[in-house]
Design a protein around this ligand. Sequence first.
Ligand code: G3I
Length: 368
Amino acid sequence: MKKSVALLTIILIIITAVCGCAGEPAEPKEWYEEVSYEDISLKEIYSDYFMLGTIYTKNITVGADRELVLKHFDTITPENLMKPENMQPTEGSFNYGEADEMIAFANENGLNVIGHTLAWHQQSGDWLGQNVGREEAIEQLRAHIYGVAAKYDGEIYSWDVVNEAIADGASMGNNKTWQDCLRETQWLTSIGPDYIALAFQFAHEAAPNAKLYYNDYNLNETSKAKIAHAMVSELRAAGVPIDGIGMQGHYDIKLKTATVEKSLELFSSIEGIEIAVTELDIGMTGGGLDSEAVFKFMQSEQARLYAELFQIYKAHSDKIVRVTFWGYRDDASWRKEYLPLLFTSELEPKTSFYAVAYPERWLEEEVN
Ligand code: G3I
């Protein structure tokens, strides 16, 4: 009996040694993992090109999220808290508490703050600019912008003054002007197309130290880009204080990155205008993410697109002052089902993180 136990023990030792069961052989590291993640800081990698941003919510002020955000980003945009419904929920009653906390956090940590947003059709109180005549609406627009932008002048790098003013599917064909292509918003209805110029004028008076932006999505689509180009060129030529165009960048994996570059070129042709990528994320859309093969394919497509975009952004960094991701962790994204960002819910870097860190090498070694 004793002999057989001893024999069994010897056999087990031999099997363990041969199979290496004592520890699985380590997976060979990918080239992009050769530099330890701890030593990579995206904001340092891009410091010669543009600022790098993410969204601010209270969650980024503590723990591992805080550490991650401060390691990789130098700019924050409040995801929701500076929107009109939060800053002035009822007429004349401003709510500065959360914005003050954000500004204090930014100042303590050397972050630039982007103001988002002053005139928008969403997340604005149902009284603001609604059911009022033109003069009263103009006064409400002025009072809102003064109440928010003046309070933080000198603390905010730039404001998204007017957000998403162009109608979905609009085009300047058939002699239409950009004014004909505006979205039916409360401001358009109450004031007319000159609400845009008025908003910039009020923002300039209230916050003379801030850069003032027009911000919109799908600006890589030719027809929408043409409308934005016409609008911003005309306003600027007329002396309206507009400094920049914000290309939001809510993309999906069908994106053709050449369309982004084309719009960057178009907007760069406007004298004196700077460009920011303001809300970047690339959704893994199309379904099937529960299949491993589909997931892997989508993941590599997402990484390729991020790499292509950052290569393009670098090539246009004379005009691009900032690239802001609309978040950092997939599970907190407004499109979380499409896993559009650079980090997992455990705050692990995804392959897309490495594609952003090393775009040229990524395209050379992982794509070509
Ligand atoms: O605050 C309420 C809360 O009281 C309630 O319990 C909860 C229940 O759903 O909703 C909360 O409001 C949500 C709000 O975010 C704050 O979390 C809204 O439902 C939700 O619709 C809202 O979504 C925001 C969205 O703008 C609204 O349009 C997203 O977080 C925000 O990421 C998104 O950001 C926009 C940019 O500002 C402009 N460009 C497009 C971009 C994506 O939509």
